[in-house]
Design a protein around this ligand. Structure first.
Ligand code: NAD
Ligand code: DAU
Length: 353
């Protein structure tokens, strides 16, 4: 048997593919366009492994995706591919509409054509799992309950609006055409292979390089953090036992203010690789202009996934963040390769001099 994964050279997709093949012999066809966020170094450990077939392609390319589906006959498609960075969506929303909305539409059409032709038994067991985000629900006030699956969609950034649109398309392809879909809406991930334009890896690397640790606004915005491998285990569980047509919220029950996250990273680095001048890394914290339209708080109620499918995260924030900092300290070669050309351009666009 085979699954087809899109975006499997990115942060979460890459972790998913590595974990999948560490736990089963079921082959993976990995389709990724290799944008600035896609990185084959993440998959280096799979070189020569015949269970992994990597194909550089756009999810919106119906010819290529149709051919791959016909050739490999996957029992499931898991869609990680997306433009994923909120700040980039503010600077240039076009790519987000193209991949997250138009790309998802084309992928759904390719998959629908394939699924329609499957023998009855395979048709019944096939699944299309769409990986989405908690940002589609908008923002919370300090005392609001966390997002449940029945919250209304109120996306506030070009990124979250494009993800919301993709979720709606997935839902409609189930209701209208019967495509057996599952959707997961997850909170902020962190862990190995995270591209260092996102808060946690950016702060670890800037700290080590003696650069400012940029805090948007007052740093009191709250995110719910989930260790990436826990997200991967949730996706495996939903794929295995999720009810067709349902959505499942995935979260870590770890609400933290950004400033506290940054201070935690600083104190871990103080222990693991202290500054040579005797100062703490927190000295490098710098307040910068806030993100336009910055959502104040996200929090996920993951009760449904726990109650119906028995999933819970294995890591606490404390254990996960320590593993993450240790991973970046031990994997400087991976870091060096991703922090080249395109990355430098982004840093100067976003943070100026
Ligand atoms: P990422 O930006 O690290 O990786 C995205 C991958 O998709 C890259 O490898 C990129 O090359 C590929 N890609 C982009 N456009 C493509 C296209 N048109 N065709 C084929 N491949 C394409 O993103 P991530 O953080 O790994 O997120 C993966 C998914 O999970 C996204 O759908 C994102 O919305 C969702 N998500 C992310 C988080 C998070 O905290 N990172 C949380 C919840 C949900
Ligand atoms: O909530 C899930 C989402 O989490 C995913 O859907 C997105 O794909 C993913 O990128 C992430 O979005 P965020 O915008 O929450 O992540 P980011 O790491 O960009 O920012 C986390 C918080 O830190 C946010 O409140 C903005 C703030 N921040 C970020 C950067 C890069 C800073 O204060 N300074 C920074 O330099």
């Amino acid at each position: 048997m085979t699954i087809l994964v899109t975006g499997g050279a990115g942060f979460i997709g890459g972790n998913f593919v590595l974990d999948w093949l560490a736990g089963t012999d079921e082959a993976v066809v990995n389709v990724d366009k290799l944008t600035y966020a896609g990185n084959l170094d993440t998959l280096q450990g799979l070189q020569g492994d015949t269970r992994h077939v990597f194909v550089r392609a756009d999810i919106g390319d119906r010819d290529v995706i149709g051919r791959l589906l016909a050739e490999h006959k996957p029992r499931a498609v898991i869609n990680f591919a997306a433009e994923s960075h909120v700040d980039r969506s503010i600077h240039g929303p076009g790519d987000f509409i193209q991949t997250n909305v138009v790309g998802t539409f084309n992928l759904l059409e390719s998959v629908r054509a394939y699924w329609n032709e499957l023998p009855a038994d395979d048709k019944a067991t096939f699944r299309f799992l769409h990986v989405s985000t908690d940002e589609v629900y908008g923002t919370l006030e300090a005392n609001d309950p966390p997002f449940s699956e029945t919250n209304t969609y109120e996306p506030n950034s070009p990124y979250s609006a494009s993800k919301a649109a993709s979720d709606h398309l997935v839902r409609a392809w189930h209701h209208t055409y019967g495509l057996p879909v599952l959707t997961t809406n997850c909170s902020n991930n962190y862990g190995p292979y995270h591209f260092p334009e996102k808060l946690i890896p950016l702060v670890i690397l800037n700290a080590l390089n003696g650069k400012p640790l940029p805090i948007y606004g007052d740093g009191q915005q709250i995110r719910d953090w989930l260790y990436v491998k826990d997200h991967c285990s949730a996706i495996r569980r939903v794929l295995e036992a999720g009810k067709v047509g349902e959505t499942y919220n995935v979260g870590g029950w770890n609400e933290k203010a950004n400033l506290d996250v940054v201070k935690t990273i600083c104190s871990l680095l103080d222990q693991l690789q202290p500054r040579t001048d005797g100062q703490g890394y927190a000295e490098q914290i710098t307040y910068v202009t806030d993100r336009p339209g910055h959502d104040r708080r996200y929090a996920i109620d993951a009760t449904k996934l726990a109650r119906e499918l028995g999933w819970k995260p294995a890591e606490t924030f404390e254990s996960g963040i320590r593993k993450t900092v240790e991973w970046y300290l031990a994997n400087q070669d991976w870091v060096k390769n991703v922090t080249s050309g395109a990355y430098r351009e982004w840093v100067s666009t976003q943070y100026g001099a």
